[in-house]
Design a protein around this ligand. Structure first.
Ligand code: NAP
Length: 284
């Protein structure tokens, strides 16, 4: 074999992780796959992400691409324990028995025998506590290595933590400099719940904000990297979605620069209550 002095290309791997209340660690950057079409597009995006160093994928039953996520993980050659996989219980499947059946169906589509994290996708009124009991059972059976919630704000979390046996490991909420949910984040911190930021790029709506662009220019980074790095420095998990190879790499290249206190304060000042998806504040 010819000898070369070439150093192997080092991919921008996101190595940082946070500890969950289960003791497991969650990689701080995960690939989101909402609106990634099922089939080749999702498979290629997940394959690309795993190849460049992502070790965390965030899917859901309602995204319709669990099977592609599972296939891409299997094809990656990585061992199961190296990849953190999240899926979620959809609203129509809430309720004790339906939740258990939906979980089995998700595992089957993923082709896995456990998930690293199973989330209640939405605080469905009248059903969320019963659904949570089902998730607690799946956690005890170790088929969901951690369980958590999504779109839970302060009243939802207070209700749940008064009734639950297992405190959620994670709360996945929409979170950006433009929507900071400070009370919810503070409560999660007090309860030891890791916050995951979804739509961390504002679903594309504020990537050309002048303050974000100014910070990006000053740090020689992209606007997307600035928004994601804000989330990293706020000790959240960030879940950027992209099916574009160059952006997949860009969105995980977050650990070789830092935003200084002035830049963080400038980003903090962008709060405007921007909800790009659905607002759980309207859910009693
Ligand atoms: N729990 C929930 O209720 C909930 C709700 C919403 C989202 N989520 C999770 O959060 C993930 C991310 O949220 P999201 O999909 O709403 O939005 P997002 O990540 O904020 O934005 C995604 C959009 O930004 C584009 N994009 C990605 N990287 C970019 C870059 N570096 N520069 C410019 N544009 C870029 C993507 O385009 P391309 O793909 O074409 O590159 C896509 O159009 C979801 O996939 C899902 O896993 C959860």
């Amino acid at each position: 074999m010819p000898q070369t002095n070439q150093v192997p290309m080092v991919h921008p791997v996101s190595t940082a992780s946070l500890e969950l209340n289960t003791g497991a660690r969650i990689p701080q950057v995960g690939l989101g796959v909402w609106q990634a079409h099922s089939g080749k597009i999702t498979r290629s995006a997940v394959a690309e992400a795993l190849q460049v160093g992502y070790r965390h994928v965030d899917t859901a039953r309602i995204y319709g691409n669990e099977a592609d996520v599972g296939a891409a993980i299997r094809d990656s050659g990585l061992s199961r324990s190296e990849v953190f996989v999240t899926t979620k219980l959809w609203n129509a499947d809430q309720g004790y028995d339906r939740a258990r059946a939906a979980f089995d169906a998700s595992l089957k589509r993923l082709g896995l025998d456990y998930v690293d994290l199973y989330l209640l996708h939405w605080p469905v009124p009248g059903q969320r506590l019963e659904s949570w009991r089902a998730l607690e059972g799946l956690f005890k059976e170790k088929r969901a290595r951690a369980i958590g919630v999504s779109n839970f704000l302060v009243p939802h979390l207070q209700e749940l933590t008064q009734a639950c046996e297992v405190v959620p490991a994670v709360n996945q909420i929409e979170l950006t400099p433009f929507l900071q949910r400070r009370e919810t984040v503070a409560l999660c911190k007090r309860l030891g719940i890791v916050v995951e930021a979804y739509s961390p790029l504002t679903h594309g709506k504020r990537l050309s904000d002048p303050a974000v662009i100014a910070i990006a220019e000053a740090t020689n980074r992209s606007p997307a990297q600035v928004m994601l790095r804000w989330g990293i420095q706020r000790w959240t998990v960030v879940l950027p979605k992209s099916v574009t190879p160059a952006r997949i790499i860009e969105n995980a290249s977050l650990f070789d620069f830092e935003l200084d206190a002035k830049a963080m304060a400038r980003l903090d000042a962008l709060e405007e209550g921007l909800v790009t998806g659905w607002d759980p504040a309207n859910e009693s």
